[in-house]
Design a protein around this ligand. Structure first.
Ligand SMILES: Nc1ncnc2c1ncn2[C@@H]1O[C@H](COP(=O)(O)OP(=O)(O)OP(=O)(O)O)[C@@H](O)[C@H]1O
Length: 748
C-alpha cells in the first residue's frame, strides 16, 4: 500500500455492514481494512460480482474485529490522492463516513478527473471558502515577518512607505489629469481660445512632470520586492541549512514535528515520512520566492492604488451620475463571482505546472551531472524517454492550464468590453440634453473606466492571482519544512560542543560529555538503528568503545547497515535508540565518505573544505604542497594550473585522487583531527596508497573508525566489529576477521 494512503480509524460498531454497499457503488475503488499494521482484508470493487464477493469477505472480517481497525481506500493510479484527499476530509469528522459523504466524495473525485486535476499534492478537496481562508493564513505567515522581524523591519517599512507614498502621488496625478482634461475639453467646446491655451500649457506641463513619478514608483516597487526577496531567501536558506534540514528533506525525505502512524517500528523517532515529499527545493528557493515577492508587491500596489483610485474617482463619478456608479458596483460583483467560480481550477493547475517544470529541469540536470555514467551505459535512449516523460507531463498540464485560462479570459474579456457601452448610453443623454458639458462627459468616461478597473481587480488579475496562489502554497510547504524551531536560538551541534537530542538516538559530543564516562574517542552504548522511515531495524544494541589512538574496522555484508551506523554516529540518522559519545569536539572530528564532496571552487578551497575561504587563504603554498606530497599527490597543483584556479574537480579527478585529496583535508584542518570516521574512504586506491594513508593516520595518533570490506584494511586496525543482516553484531580480533574471510572464501 502506498505511503500516502490516508488511514481512518473505524470502530467495529460504527462500521456497519450497510456502509459497504454504498462504498461499492462508487466506481472502482481499492480499499483495505488494516489492523496492527497489517492488511486485514482488501479488494477492488470493479464488477458487480466482485463487489458482492468483497462485501461478504469484508463483512466477515469486520464482524470478527475485537479492536479498532483502520480503513484506507484509493482510486486506481493517479486519481489516488484526489480520492484520498476527499476521504481525509470525511475522515476529519472523526467517524466512519456516511452514505452521503461517500457519494459526495465519489462525485467530487470524478469531477476533478474531468477537470484534469492530477495527483499533485494540492488536490486537497476542500470547499472554496476553506481553501481561500487557508491561503490567506499561509500568505500572512509568509509575509508578516518581513515587517516585524528586527533584522528587516526598518528596511521593510522604509521601502513600503516609500512605495505607498509614490502610489498615492501617481493616483493624485491621474486625478489631476482627469480634471485638466475636463477643463481642456470644456474650453474647446466653448471655443474659448484663451482658456484652451492655458489648459493646453497646463496639460503639457503635467505630461512632462508626471512620468518621472511613474518611473520612480515602478523602480521602488521592484526594489521593495527585491529587499523582500533577500529577506525571505536568507530566512528560508537559514532554515534549510539549519540542523541539516537539507539532508532531512532531500535524503531522508522526512519532516520533523509530525507524528508517525503508529506501527511499532515507526514510533521510535517521533517523525513521519512526508506524505508528499517536498519536491525541488532548489526551485522553490530560487524561483518561487522571486515570483512570490514580485507578485505580492505588484498585487499589493495594485490593491492600494485601486483603493485610492476608487475613493477619488467614485466621488467624481457619483457626482456626475450616481446610477452609473451603482451599476458598476453591481456589475463588478457579479463579474468577480463568475470569475472566481470559473477560475477555481487554475490554482491547482498552476501549482502542478510549477512542480512539473521543476521536475523536467531536474531530469536535465541529472543528465548533466551523470553524463559520464550514462555514456558508459549507453543509456541515452532510456534517459531521453525519462526526460520526455517529464516533459509530456508538463505539456499535458499546460494544455489543461491554457484551456482554463482561455475560458477565464473569454469571460473576463467580455466582462471588460460589454460594460463599455453603458456610460455612452447613460451620460450621453445628459450631454445632449445640456445637463452636463463636454468636459464632464469626458471626465465621466475617464472616471468610469478607473472605477471599473478598480472594482474589477480580481477579474483582471485572476490568471496572475492563481499563479501567485500556487507560489504561496509551494513556499508555505517549504516554510513549514524548514522553519520550526529555527529561531528558537538553537545552536548547531557543531558549535554546541555538547548536545542531547530528546528523541531517538542521542548524540553527545565534546569534552563536556566525558563526565562520568570512561575517556574514549568514541563510545556507542546500546545503539539501535532503524532506517529513516522506521521499517527496518539495521543494528541492534551495538556497544563499541574506540580508545584514544585506536582503530576499529566495521565490516559486514553489503546493505547490513555499516554506512548507516556512520550516519547515526554523525547525528544524521536519529531513528532508533541508544547513545553516541564523541569525545573530540566536532571541530576535531572528520567524517570522510566514500566519494568525497568537492565543491565548485578553487583547489585551495577544496583542500580546506569546510573551512572558510579567507582562513584557507592564509596558509602558505609550501605547507599545502608538502601535505599533497604526503598523500601522494605531488604534482596536483601544477597539473591543475595552481591552487587558486576554479574547476569542477569532481569531474576531472579520478576517484582515487579525490580520496587522497580528502585525506589531505584531514591534514590541513586548522584544529588537529583527533577522530576520523572513514566510510570506504580508500576504496578507489591501490594497496600501496591505502597503506600510506593509514600509516599517516597512525603516525598522527588519530583514532579511526573505518567502514569497509577490503581484506587489506584489517591489518591497519586493532579490532573488527562485524554486523549481520538481522541486526546482531560481534567483535573480532584482526586475526579472527582474517580467519572469517578465509573461512567464507573456502566455503565458496
Ligand atoms: N535514506 C534511506 N532511506 C531508507 N532506507 C535507506 C536509506 N539509506 C539506506 N537505506 C537502507 O538501509 C540499509 C543499509 O544501508 P547502508 O548504506 O548502511 O548499507 P551498507 O552496509 O553500508 O552497504 P554497502 O556495503 O553496500 O555500502 C540498506 O538496505 C539501504 O537500502
Amino acid at each position: 500500500m502506498p505511503e500516502t494512503t490516508r488511514l481512518f480509524r473505524v470502530k467495529q460498531r460504527s462500521c456497519g455492514a450497510n456502509s459497504l454497499p454504498c462504498i461499492l457503488r462508487s466506481s472502482p475503488i481499492t480499499f483495505v481494512f488494516l489492523q496492527s499494521g497489517g492488511a486485514l482484508t482488501q479488494g477492488t470493487a470493479r464488477s458487480a460480482g466482485a463487489r458482492v464477493a468483497f462485501r461478504l469477505r469484508a463483512r466477515a472480517a469486520l464482524s470478527s474485529l475485537a479492536q479498532p481497525a483502520r480503513l484506507a481506500w484509493t482510486c486506481a493510479g493517479q486519481k489516488q490522492v484526489q480520492f484520498q484527499a476527499t476521504c481525509s476530509r470525511v475522515g476529519f469528522l472523526g467517524r466512519f463516513p456516511s452514505r452521503k459523504a461517500i457519494s459526495q466524495a465519489a462525485r467530487r473525485c470524478s469531477r476533478l478527473r474531468m477537470a484534469g486535476v492530477s495527483a499533485d499534492g494540492q488536490a486537497r478537496l476542500q470547499s472554496r471558502r476553506e481553501r481561500a481562508i487557508a491561503l490567506l493564513k499561509r500568505l500572512k505567515e509568509l509575509a508578516v515577518p518581513f515587517w516585524t522581524e528586527p533584522s528587516s523591519r526598518n528596511a521593510a517599512w522604509r521601502w513600503t512607505l516609500g512605495t505607498l507614498a509614490l502610489a498615492f502621488v501617481c493616483t493624485l496625478y491621474a486625478v489631476s489629469l482627469s480634471f485638466i482634461q475636463r477643463f481642456f475639453w470644456n474650453a474647446l467646446n466653448a471655443k474659448d481660445a484663451v482658456k484652451y491655451q492655458k489648459f493646453l500649457v497646463l496639460y503639457v506641463a503635467a505630461l512632462i512632470a508626471g512620468p518621472p513619478f511613474l518611473t520612480l514608483f515602478e523602480w521602488m516597487r521592484q526594489r521593495t520586492a527585491l529587499v523582500w526577496r533577500r529577506f525571505l531567501t536568507e530566512r528560508l536558506l537559514g532554515g534549510y541549512f539549519h540542523d541539516r534540514k537539507y539532508y532531512t528533506i532531500n535524503i531522508l525525505r522526512l519532516q520533523n514535528n509530525e507524528t508517525v502512524h503508529a506501527t511499532p517500528a515507526t514510533s521510535a523517532g517521533g517523525v513521519r515520512v512526508v506524505q508528499d515529499a517536498l519536491d525541488n527545493v532548489d526551485q522553490r528557493i530560487s524561483e518561487d520566492i522571486r515570483a512570490f515577492t514580485e507578485r505580492a508587491v505588484g498585487f499589493g500596489c495594485t490593491v492600494v492604488i485601486a483603493l485610492f483610485d476608487f475613493l477619488l474617482f467614485s466621488v467624481i463619478l457619483f457626482r456626475i451620475r450616481a446610477q452609473l456608479f451603482l451599476l458598476l458596483v453591481l456589475y463588478s460583483t457579479i463579474g468577480t463571482a463568475v470569475t472566481l467560480w470559473l477560475g477555481g481550477r487554475l490554482v491547482h493547475l498552476n501549482f502542478a505546472q510549477l512542480r512539473r517544470e521543476a521536475d523536467f529541469r531536474y531530469a536535465l540536470v541529472r543528465v548533466r551531472e551523470n553524463a559520464e555514467s550514462i555514456a558508459f551505459y549507453g543509456g541515452e535512449e532510456q534517459e531521453q524517454r525519462a526526460v520526455s516523460r517529464r516533459f509530456r507531463a508538463l505539456f499535458d498540464n499546460m494544455i489543461q492550464l491554457l484551456r482554463w485560462q482561455r475560458n477565464v479570459t473569454f469571460a473576463t474579456t467580455w466582462y471588460r468590453y460589454l460594460i463599455q457601452v453603458v456610460p455612452a448610453l447613460v451620460v450621453s443623454r445628459d450631454y445632449f440634453s445640456g445637463r452636463i458639458p463636454l468636459g464632464a462627459l469626458s471626465q465621466a468616461f475617464f472616471s468610469y473606466n478607473h472605477v471599473l478597473n478598480d472594482l474589477s481587480l480580481v477579474v483582471n488579475e485572476f490568471v496572475g492571482l492563481s499563479a501567485f496562489a500556487a507560489a504561496v502554497n509551494r513556499l508555505y510547504e517549504l516554510h513549514c519544512a524548514v522553519e520550526p524551531r529555527l529561531l528558537a536560538g538553537q545552536r548547531h551541534e557543531r558549535d554546541a560542543g555538547s548536545q542531547a537530542d530528546t528523541e531517538g538516538i542521542v548524540t553527545l559530543t565534546g569534552n563536556g560529555t566525558a563526565a562520568g564516562v570512561k575517556p574514549a574517542a568514541l563510545r556507542l552504548e546500546k545503539l539501535t538503528i532503524y532506517t529513516p522511515e522506521g521499517r527496518r531495524r539495521l543494528v541492534d544494541q551495538l556497544d563499541l568503545m574506540l580508545e584514544d589512538g585506536a582503530r576499529i574496522l566495521l565490516m559486514g555484508e553489503s546493505g547490513v547497515g555499516k554506512s548507516s551506523t556512520v550516519r547515526a554516529i554523525a547525528g544524521l540518522w536519529k531513528r532508533g535508540s541508544g547513545v553516541v559519545y564523541r569525545r573530540p569536539h566536532p571541530r576535531n572530528t572528520l567524517f570522510v565518505p566514500q566519494r568525497p564532496y568537492l565543491m565548485l571552487g578553487t583547489l585551495r578551497e577544496n583542500l580546506f573544505y569546510p573551512l572558510h575561504g579567507e582562513d584557507a587563504a592564509n596558509v602558505d603554498e609550501k605547507t599545502i604542497r608538502n601535505v599533497l606530497v604526503r598523500v601522494n599527490l605531488p604534482d596536483l597543483v601544477d597539473r591543475l594550473g595552481g591552487l587558486d584556479v576554479e574547476a569542477d574537480f569532481a569531474a576531472i579527478l579520478s576517484l582515487g585522487e579525490q580520496q587522497r585529496l580528502a585525506f589531505a583535508r584531514l591534514l590541513l584542518q586548522p584544529e588537529p583531527v583527533q577522530l576520523a570516521i572513514l566510510d570506504e574512504s580508500t576504496s578507489g586506491l591501490d594497496v600501496e596508497n591505502e597503506r600510506r594513508l593509514y600509516e599517516l593516520l597512525r603516525e598522527m595518533g588519530i583514532s579511526v573508525l573505518s567502514v569497509g570490506n577490503r581484506p587489506t584494511l584489517i591489518r591497519y586496525h586493532n579490532q573488527v566489529i562485524r554486523l549481520f543482516a538481522n541486526g546482531s553484531w560481534q567483535i573480532e580480533s584482526p586475526s579472527e576477521a582474517v580467519e572469517h574471510l578465509l573461512g567464507s572464501s573456502l566455503l565458496d
